[in-house]
Design a protein around this ligand. Structure first.
Ligand code: FES
Length: 266
């Protein structure tokens, strides 16, 4: 796009580095994740290998398999996969995330594809009108994401329960505290989920916004400095948590389908 603020050069960019690598990588990884998550969300099975519950289906509020619902099944009559009841919240949170917006605007809409690279579109309305003005809903999704994070943390505690014989290696004890590779993966996932959620720009505003004087709010100031520090790596937490959530789901899927057995530590 050319305009009054752009130097009048014919070339789309004068950059000679591999500026296209980042948006191309984003495009490939996002596309792969969306395809995988969509398939898994609509499958409606193999999401629970006791005591592990896939994060795609947690909390399981629909017509879920035995043992998967720790908060009841208030939507038992829902005819589709139980994941569809819950995924709207983490999905909405990520779709409206400031970091992901930058990433997918560049990768999918080339708007612009990279710094100092002209975009192919001739008009730009920003996020000031429909539909992109709806991105402002992000701050409300943040509250839902905190709830989802709390539920996933609860799932980690449940993942220390004993595993029934059909999923376990060895004698398949059914009592006591146990830890397997699934537990470890769920711990790693929940750590990344919290790092991502707490480093959110909206979280930063929740803890430190709308204040005239930090000096009169020392606790909020402290929280704001912590969140600000996390916020500098928000993009990294966004990627790590995306990978970890898919890896945990895949591991539980393979367990529940009987393809693999859990690796037990104790
Ligand atoms: Fe990325 Fe809020 S800005 S989750």
């Amino acid at each position: 796009m050319t305009g009054p603020t752009r130097a009048s050069i014919e070339a789309r960019t004068l950059r000679s580095d591999r500026w296209w690598l980042a948006p191309l990588t984003t495009f490939v990884v996002f596309t792969a994740f969306v395809i995988y998550a969509t398939i898994r969300a609509f499958m409606g099975r193999d999401y629970y290998a006791s005591p592990y519950l896939s994060p795609f289906y947690s909390p399981c509020l629909g017509d879920c398999v035995e043992g998967a619902s720790d908060f009841g099944q208030p939507f038992q009559a829902f005819p589709l996969s139980a994941a569809l009841l819950i995924l709207i919240f983490p999905l909405g949170f990520r779709m409206t995330c400031y970091y992901y917006r930058k990433a997918y605007y560049r990768a999918f809409w080339l708007s612009p594809p990279a710094c100092a690279v002209a975009e192919p579109h001739s008009a730009y309305s920003g996020e000031s009108r429909l539909p992109l003005i709806l991105q402002n809903i992000h701050r409300y999704f943040w509250y839902a994401a905190v709830l989802v994070g709390a539920v996933l943390t609860f799932d980690v505690f449940l993942a220390f329960r004993a595993m029934p014989a059909e999923y376990a290696v060895g004698d398949g004890e059914t009592s006591g505290i146990h830890m397997g590779l699934g537990t470890l993966l769920m711990i790693i996932n929940v750590v990344f989920i919290w790092l991502y959620t707490l480093s959110c720009h909206s979280c930063r505003h929740v803890v430190g916004g709308r204040l005239r004087h930090f000096s009169k709010h020392p606790v909020r100031y402290k929280l704001w400095t912590w969140v600000s520090r996390l916020n500098t790596s928000h993009g990294r937490w966004a990627w790590y948590s995306l990978f970890s959530v898919a890896i945990v789901d895949l591991y539980i899927f393979l367990l529940a389908a009987g393809t693999i057995q859990d690796v037990r530590f104790f």
